[in-house]
Design a protein around this ligand. Structure first.
Ligand SMILES: Nc1ncnc2c1ncn2[C@@H]1O[C@H](COP(=O)(O)OP(=O)(O)OP(=O)(O)O)[C@@H](O)[C@H]1O
Ligand code: NI
Length: 329
């Protein structure tokens, strides 16, 4: 839990993102999302493909395309950490100059979902790392080579591949290069979007351990993942997203232990795992340009009743008319 003396590194309130499409169609990719992230805490954001996880991170970093419309607030604590308004940044209102010079890389590190696309094709991994180290840490020229090699080692990027160009990297190597780059600045908030995709088991373990160490060193960590086993090992809390909405936030201990999640969608996600009952949730998520007025999960939910025609409010961390009381949770 967050002590009163430690303000959240990131406070998101009522964040919504809509994409305006040709013909007046609107895609509601993120809907009224709120959460806090404390220093030293890892929050895992999970949910099926297309539920809005990456759009949420793009919104926080000012990386949305021009047809996006954003609502809500996302307050990032500044480096002084004293909570003074001048110190922090309101991410959804900040202009691009502030985001580029103060936020991206420095206050918020990002391991992007498609790392290869974020690397400059004409430069080697070593050159990327040296440039980032120079820019973000002020390491003198003579120390750059060593610092870049140390950064690579932290993300298990092999030293003998440092002189490769992005197109010469496998997906897993590009992933590790991106993780190495994102760790350089020691930013107070690290966002890792599917940091273990494309890695074999051994490297998943190493990446999970390195990211957990990063959180334990006092950084806030937002990990987006399909990999619930990785989430279980790394996260303090789990946020489950469905059709753009966070439908449950729970401690990882309760979520993965007994009695487990309280939202029927979250329970379904867990039960779909091969090591559990391996039963997929029937049906498909709704189209985000035609969301129902009520609970978006109702059409797939075995608990659904007529009450579900109205949107359930988030109460004690769960948005469901039929969730069990937290007392027995
Ligand atoms: N520029 C855009 N214009 C219109 N719709 C978009 C745009 N970018 C994303 N979307 C839509 O927003 C929704 C959320 O996408 P997002 O990439 O956030 O999903 P995700 O949860 O990260 O999925 P995955 O696990 O596959 O990465 C999707 O339906 C996607 O099609
Ligand atoms: Ni994504």
């Amino acid at each position: 839990m967050m002590g009163e003396a430690t303000p959240a590194v990131l406070s998101v309130r009522g964040l919504s993102v809509r994409f305006l499409m040709p013909g007046g169609r609107e895609v509601a990719a993120v809907n009224d999302v709120s959460f806090d992230l404390a220093p030293g805490e890892c929050l895992a954001l999970v949910g099926e493909s297309g539920c809005g996880k990456s759009v949420l991170t793009s919104a926080l970093l000012g990386l949305l395309p021009a047809n996006a419309r954003t609502r809500g607030t996302a307050h990032l604590r500044g480096p002084a950490g004293d909570g003074s308004p001048a110190d922090g940044v309101e991410l959804l209102r900040a202009d691009d100059e502030v985001l580029a010079r103060r936020v991206r890389g420095r206050l918020v590190g990002l391991v992007p979902q498609s790392p290869a696309a974020h690397l400059t094709p004409v430069r080697t991994v070593r050159s990327h790392l040296e440039e980032t180290v120079r820019e973000l840490t002020g390491t003198p020229r003579a120390g750059l080579r060593k610092a870049a090699e140390a950064a690579a080692a932290r993300a298990a990027f092999p030293a003998d591949h440092l002189d490769r160009y992005p197109h010469q990297l496998s997906g897993g190597l590009a992933q590790r290069a991106a993780t190495a780059l994102a760790l350089v600045a020691d930013a107070p908030l690290l966002i890792a979007d599917e940091p273990t995709t494309g890695l074999d088991r051994d490297l998943v373990d190493r990446t999970v351990a390195e990211l957990r160490r990063h959180a334990d060193a006092g950084h806030a960590l937002l990990v987006i993942t399909h990999d619930l086993a990785a989430a279980e090992r790394i996260a303090d809390r789990v946020a489950v997203m469905y059709a753009g909405r966070v439908v449950e936030v729970a401690s990882a201990r309760r979520f993965f232990g007994t009695p487990g999640p309280r939202h029927p969608y979250a329970r379904g996600l867990l039960e779909a795992l091969p090591e559990r009952s391996f039963t997929p949730i029937p049906g498909l998520p709704p189209e985000l340009d035609a969301l129902p007025a009520g609970c978006a999960f109702a059409a797939r939910c075995h608990l659904a009743t007529e009450r579900c025609a109205t949107q359930p409010a988030v109460s004690d961390g769960v948005a469901c008319h039929h969730a069990p009381e937290p007392a027995d949770a």
